[in-house]
Unconditional design. Structure first.
Length: 215
């Protein structure tokens, strides 16, 4: 499966249909089946975001857009640190826009992070699981991957292990998680705190990512 295409389709669909996630659950379920292989992830995101604020995700209509948002937040944090005589590690914008195998890995990590963030409040109920499974189409590989991630969402430590020593991807992953969580409940606050610590993100950078996400 192509994780990069899948993530781009998910983010693009959220952007295109902003504010309409609830409609998918209330009467347009069949529309997802027409999307093909991306139906699983789109159905998942639409289902899990129905009670959340999708406005912040509209900014990230693609992996490239998400990377650009994370880069701008990182750059602002870097400039602020440097002005205080505490130099921050320099990262080029290209590091927020990987290609080839690196892009596939980054997209897979971002998707895992989005699912984990959406599940942080514990609201993936049986009805949502059934909807996800009913809308995955006939893409067995995607179906299996989504089912695995929904059944056992990645922990902050899992995500950190996937990211390794990649500060650009760490920033993107946190930004994606923050956008998904929207207005925070207690469990989501705990998840984001665990994620930022696992990713070893500076508090100042987290603040800039929060602002970039619109909070």
């Amino acid at each position: 499966m192509n994780f990069n295409n899948l993530l781009n389709q998910v983010l693009g669909s959220v952007q295109k249909n902003a504010g309409q996630a609830g409609n998918i659950l209330s009467g347009n379920k069949g529309a997802l089946a027409k999307i093909g292989g991306s139906a699983a992830a789109l159905g998942l995101v639409s289902s899990l975001l129905k009670k959340k604020n999708t406005k912040t995700l509209v900014q990230a209509g693609s992996m490239a857009a998400l990377g650009a948002l994370a880069y701008h937040a990182y750059q602002s944090w870097q400039n602020n640190k440097n002005s205080q005589s505490a130099a921050a590690p320099a990262l080029e914008q290209t590091e927020f826009a990987p290609t080839g195998i690196a892009a596939e890995n980054a997209s897979r990590v971002i998707l895992r992070t989005m699912i984990a963030a959406a599940a942080a409040d514990g609201l993936i109920d049986d009805a949502e699981r059934q909807l996800i499974h009913s809308e995955v189409g006939d893409d067995a590989e995607t179906q299996q991957w989504i089912a695995s991630e929904v059944t056992r969402p990645a922990s902050a430590a899992d995500i950190a292990r996937d990211i390794g020593a990649n500060p650009a991807l760490a920033a993107e992953a946190y930004l994606a998680a923050r956008m998904i969580c929207g207005d925070l409940a207690r469990k989501e606050i705990v998840f984001l705190s665990q994620l930022s610590q696992a990713l070893n993100l500076d508090e100042g950078l987290v603040e800039h990512l929060e602002k970039q996400a619109g909070f």
